[in-house]
Ligand binder design. Sequence first.
Ligand code: CP
Length: 356
Amino acid sequence: MTLLLSGLGMVITLMVDVESNVIGSQNVNAAGTNRKHILDVDVLSEDEILNILDQTDAMSEVLRRDIKKVPALRGRVIVTLFYEASTRTRISFEEAGKILSADVINMSSSGSSVDKGESLLNTGLTLQAMGVDVIVVRHPYSGAPNLLAKHLPKVSIINAGDGLHAHPTQALLDAYTVRSKLGSLKGLKIVIVGDVLHSRVARSAIWAFTKLGAEIVLSGPNTLMPVGLNLVDGRANVLPPVSVQPDLDDAIRGADVVMALRLQNERQNGGYLPSLREYIRRWQITKDRLSSASKEVLVMHPGPMNEGIEISTEVAHGGRSLIEEQVTNGVALRMALLYQVSAGGYQIEEEHPNGQ
Ligand code: CP
């Protein structure tokens, strides 16, 4: 499959053999899914996503226990391999693995032999030779997790964010968060605001939300929208159909969910915006703006936030905000994914009557 990300004259084409890497594993778990790797949401069916969300419910129950520990992944080794900074994703994967009793080893490019020039592939082969079961990888290059999945037959790969391409675990936790509040995503109007062009979060979220039946409206400066959205030629499968409404006040009307994207620092001086003040005036999520949305509108942000730029402090920490719940749910969702790719049929044990 060819992944094609395009915008502002920039076209990045990746030849990624997604299907052959994702499907066909022998690792069939108790719930009936057979994904060895989690590389993006676009290849997951609605049923598979719902299955992951259902397993996340079970993991949330574990997190509510006094003693948050189950033996499901005892004896498994997970490495978090991060070539980019992270707080939420890396720590929640570490916490998730430890709650499931896996041995979790954190590795960052800085301080490892990557500093001496070791390639991503040789790093992966080294970890495979050490008997690692799962690599959770974040990398600045789109397609890096797919490369590892293609060349490491003994290891499950989970994409923790690759370049501009995908951030599937963020999208799934966001879908879980919406479902846990509203019961279902079917028929919801979800507005995604800001720098869609450079956002791997937005790409994966669009796939996840639309597969679950939501209508997606994108809003932001035209310079930060991908070109070729909704094309009906060969590029039509780059993203599912979405609406684009640059005027945020129009976009937000009747919305059930509004998701702000981080305005990455480098975009502020990269010629994408007339000025930061103009961006704040037209696209910041504020309490006033939300008044035209549904009364029960929910506000999301994948983090890290630039408070006062893409979202006001009042909204970020107000009663409609799901931002902290997104972070909490990230642990349960990542537990579900680690379990699905590596448990191979283990059952989560019922809580012991005395809480142990
Ligand atoms: N949302 C997200 O990926 O956050 P981190 O960069 O902190 O992991």
